[in-house]
Design a protein around this ligand. Structure first.
Ligand code: IPE
Ligand code: IPE
Ligand code: MG
Length: 247
């Protein structure tokens, strides 16, 4: 739910009608943030956790409807057990610490991905957060955990075709994890790499892409505002000819 008045939005250089409805973020660069400071990678993940809090708050305050955050990919399962364990502990810590405030702010949390792979403690923490916030009507936060777009698409197509062998695009879209949030308007990737890494392949078909060298722990509300200003200046044609400036 937008907190800033039209006047305040103007001071940011933003127009409420040009705010992307669905923003997706590849939160990358935690490890490099840490090693460049002579710290263990875990310190980068911990610092990145604080960014998650700030960006959820900022997205909500700026009037974003859905925020889909890539926290752990199916490919990240290749990482050392220690690092995966640390990420799981941080996830539990994050929810224990932040769920009340997110709930007060009307945030609805949903995990997307195959949660069955995670230890029971992680599954229960995330499940409880989903149940607690299920009826909230503010910002929808989709947290991608053990998520891969190809796996999501295989799942969605299997479900859709089981119901109807003639299932069309909209029937498949309804079976995606993010069906409530619709297509992505703006995809942001921090950390300097210019790739998608198996994130939301269907939903980004017509997304505007924004890449920044800023590493996730250094990403701030100001950086998010920069991305939104850039988005507002894009000419979204969706394959047509008529100029259709970012809605
Ligand atoms: C992103 O940061 C967080 C996860 C993938 C869990 P990285 O851990 O990938 O950080 P870099 O890319 O090594 O800097
Ligand atoms: C993408 O980051 C996944 C997440 C941010 C969770 P990676 O660090 O895993 O991506 P690659 O391996 O560099 O493509
Ligand atoms: Mg990375």
């Amino acid at each position: 739910m937008r907190k800033y008045t039209d006047q305040q939005m103007k001071a940011f250089g933003l127009k409420p009608e040009r705010i992307p409805k669905h923003v997706a973020i590849v939160m990358d660069g935690n490890g490099r943030w840490a090693t460049s400071r002579g710290l263990p990678r875990a310190a980068g993940h911990r610092a990145g956790m604080n960014t998650v809090k700030e960006i959820i708050r900022a997205a909500s305050d700026l009037g974003v409807e859905s925020l889909t955050l890539y926290a752990f990919s199916t490919e990240n399962r290749k990482r050392p057990k220690d690092e995966i364990g640390i990420l799981c502990s941080l996830l539990i810590e994050y929810f224990n610490r932040e769920i009340e405030e997110m709930h007060r702010n009307g945030v609805r949390v949903k995990a997307i991905g195959d949660m069955t792979w995670f230890p029971t403690a992680v599954q229960e923490t995330v499940r409880n957060a989903e149940i607690k916030t299920a009826n909230n009507t503010g910002l929808k936060v989709n947290l991608a955990l053990n998520y891969g777009a190809r796996a999501e698409l295989v799942r969605a197509m299997r479900l859709a075709f089981a119901e109807d062998p003639e299932a069309d695009e909209s029937a498949i879209a309804q079976k995606l994890y993010t069906t409530d949030s619709g297509d992505v308007d703006l995809l942001i990737r921090t950390g300097g790499d210019i790739r998608v890494s198996n994130f939301l392949l269907w939903q980004i078909a017509y997304a505007e892409l924004y890449f920044t060298d800023v590493r996730w722990p250094d990403f701030t509300m100001d950086e998010l505002v920069n991305a939104f200003r850039d988005f507002a200046g894009r000419d979204r044609r969706f394959g047509g000819l008529k100029s259709n400036k970012a809605k």
